[in-house]
Design a protein. Structure first.
Length: 71
């Protein structure tokens, strides 16, 4: 699922496990943007390359949850 722009504080749900992750940091490396996600309620941190789509940005393997009531 794509959003116009990925921002700090957004909550994303991991597709395979259903766990919620909070975007804690965004940074650029040469031609790519990366998001650092922290699993809600845990210390687990994941780094994901931000996908660029025609209608915005996405995190591969994650679904943006704040547009629905399931987070």
């Amino acid at each position: 699922m794509a959003v116009k722009k990925i921002l700090l504080g957004q909550v994303w749900k991991k597709d395979d496990s259903g766990d919620n992750y909070l975007v804690t940091k965004l940074y650029n490396e040469v031609f790519s943007t990366f998001a650092v996600l922290r699993r809600v309620g845990h210390e687990e941190v994941t780094r994901i390359k931000v996908g660029k789509l025609a209608d915005g940005q996405s995190l591969p393997g994650f679904t943006y949850t704040q547009e629905s009531a399931d987070f």
